[in-house]
Design a protein around this ligand. Structure first.
Ligand SMILES: Cc1cc2nc3c(=O)[nH]c(=O)nc-3n(C[C@H](O)[C@H](O)[C@H](O)COP(=O)(O)O)c2cc1C
Ligand SMILES: CCCCCCC(=O)C(=O)O
Length: 359
């Protein structure tokens, strides 16, 4: 079976998981799949989009459906993009470069994790300007400053500060079977000490580098380092959305794929309140997206773009760049189909009137 044979993201996940089990230590699958605590949020993320039912309109001439949009001034062919996830080299030898190339070829964009296995410059080249850099802020600000400046020089279009991980969530699958990194896997943005197998057990070493004191005040420091647009990833309330707006940041609604605070609200529950509080700031979303209908619901709730976490990883494991390309293609095709069936021909026509909460 190849990615081309897969008819939907569930089949791509099955293929990606099978390939990963053949090629990598079983702890890698635990790492990719796992959530925090009892994994309630992880499970709820998958079903949460269905709480919104669709109110289709008829007789709308849907002979041509356009999914083009713009994020932070960058034109996208599709509102479906790639979220940051750590260590793509565990899934495929080309790692983040394969994901960046697939996203760029689709006219989309990828977000590169601080915990990448390829350098900022390599990814910048593969992405052709279609990428954002995700930052975990280090205690050692000079290390963070250098990374941000290198990302900007390599063509990153925005800085995404992850705000929901001042500490790593309690991921029990990883406590039972600690992540084993293959010899030679590099984490160029973390430093040479993390290339040994033990040093990343439970992500403890990385955790120890992170700045737990991170607060709204630090946004001023970031503003002094870069003039890139700033996106705060991990916002889940109207209160924090309002603060993000006051600080001039854009907003990424996310519960980190259920990997941080177990019991946290899901994106479809809170997207409406966040959008209302965001004013003129752009709002993005991730979590549990597996169907074009999920994307449609997110856009109707006011998100400007929808990001894929695990789905992109399964595509990568299933077939490298071709697997990620197939993931993006299938979801885009489903989005176009659902838009047509709802009587919509452009993203600007999607709004809350398309939705009704399921009883
Ligand atoms: C294996 C894995 C690694 C991740 N690494 C990062 C990361 O380095 N930085 C970050 O901000 N989010 C990270 N995330 C969270 C994703 O960006 C995203 O919020 C989440 O996966 C969305 O949920 P989904 O997997 O259901 O699509 C990671 C998620 C997974 C599954
Ligand atoms: C201090 C947070 C470390 C998390 C590393 C990568 C990540 O975000 C994940 O979900 O895994």
């Amino acid at each position: 079976m190849t990615p081309e044979d897969c008819l939907n993201l569930h089949e791509l996940e099955a293929l990606g998981r099978a390939e990963l089990l053949k090629a990598a230590h079983p702890s890698v699958l635990d790492y990719y799949l796992g959530g925090a605590g009892d994994e309630r949020t992880l499970r709820e993320n998958r079903s949460a989009w269905a709480q919104w039912r669709l109110r289709p309109r008829m007789l709308a001439d849907v002979s041509s459906v356009d999914t083009a949009t713009e994020v932070l001034g960058l034109p996208l062919s599709s509102p479906i993009a790639v979220a940051p996830s750590a260590m793509h080299g565990l899934a495929h030898p080309e790692g983040e470069c394969a994901v960046a190339a697939a996203a760029a070829a689709a006219g989309s964009l990828m977000t590169l994790s601080t915990l990448s296995t390829r350098t900022l410059e390599e990814v910048g080249t593969a992405a052709g300007g279609r990428w954002w850099f995700q930052l975990y802020l280090y205690r050692d600000r000079e290390v963070s400053r250098a990374l941000i400046q290198r990302a900007q020089a390599a063509g990153a279009r925005a800085l995404v500060l992850t705000v929901d991980a001042p500490v790593v969530g309690r991921r029990e699958a990883m406590l039972r079977r600690p992540l084993v990194l293959p010899a030679g896997l590099e984490l160029p943005n973390v430093g040479p000490r993390t290339t040994g197998q033990e040093s990343l057990t439970h992500l403890a070493y990385f955790d120890s580098l992170m700045d737990m004191t991170l607060s709204w005040r630090d946004l001023e420091w970031l503003r002094g380092v870069t003039d890139l647009p700033l996106v705060l990833k991990g916002i889940l309330t109207a209160e924090d959305a309002a603060l993000a707006r006051e600080h001039g940041a854009h907003i990424w609604v996310s519960n980190h794929g259920g990997r941080q605070l177990d019991g946290a609200v899901t994106a479809p529950e809170v997207l409406g309140e966040v959008v209302a509080a965001a004013g003129d700031r752009e709002v993005y979303v991730d979590g549990g997206v597996t169907r074009g209908g999920d994307v449609l619901r997110a856009l109707a709730l006011g998100a400007r773009a929808v990001f894929l976490g695990r789905a992109a990883l399964w595509g990568l494991a299933a077939g490298g760049q071709a697997g990620v390309a197939r993931t993006l293609q299938l979801l885009e095709e489903e989005l176009v189909l659902d838009m047509a069936l709802c009587g919509k021909t452009a993203l600007s026509q999607l709004g809350p009137d398309l939705l009704r909460r399921a009883p």
